[in-house]
Design a protein around this ligand. Sequence first.
Ligand SMILES: Cc1cc2nc3c(=O)[nH]c(=O)nc-3n(C[C@H](O)[C@H](O)[C@H](O)COP(=O)(O)O)c2cc1C
Length: 222
Amino acid sequence: MEADESLRSRLLRAPALAGPLPPFDTGRAPARPGELFVRWIGEALDAGTGEPQVMTLSTADRQGRPSARVLLLRDVDVEDCGFVFATSSASRKGRELADNPRAALTWYWPAQGRQVRVTGRVETAPPRTAREDFLGRSPASREAAFTGRTSAPLSGAREYEHARARAREHLAADPLAVPPDHTVCTVRADEIEFWQGSADRHHVRLRYLREGDGWTRDLLWP
Ligand SMILES: Cc1cc2nc3c(=O)[nH]c(=O)nc-3n(C[C@H](O)[C@H](O)[C@H](O)COP(=O)(O)O)c2cc1C
């Protein structure tokens, strides 16, 4: 069944890339893409763009079947173009990454009409880093991490509340407890594309490819 007429016309009328959007002078782009990423996300933060640290992480299982979900970017390795996130290694994405440690990340910052796309290898930080990350979290976040198993089937609210009460007791008895599956990962980009939208649809795409210790750059047709 198709969406009803009114939804379809609302979708078609909803503005996208309406502008005014900034120009993108690719001739002045830095040699290292990490610097450009930091500039763009900084401009999204300065402009008050809602939650610019939110990104889509795409993974694939052993058969190549993709799955994607939204995560928070926690840090950027500017020098070596790495993007840090935290998650559960027991979750669906965690299991997929164990089988296939390659991933894609995507951001979209509507106020600037900018998209960034990354693909690369995923590295897992040592347990010490995961521990520091976890203990730096809010009590609510730590309690949630101990509540049940991310991505496992849940029978309903009763099971959830039971697990939540157990998590609370566990943390009260051991405030420095860290879930064994809490993991900090870095997507080490081997390809990163900066996409600048334009209201007249003459979009600009600049792609960096990792080559040895450096990067090559080329433009792509939009
Ligand atoms: C705004 C937002 C931020 C999120 N941040 C994270 C995060 O940093 N880490 C994480 O594991 N899940 C985060 N989630 C939940 C994931 O989207 C996802 O539901 C969960 O990790 C299970 O994914 P999986 O079943 O594909 O493994 C976030 C969700 C939203 C909407």
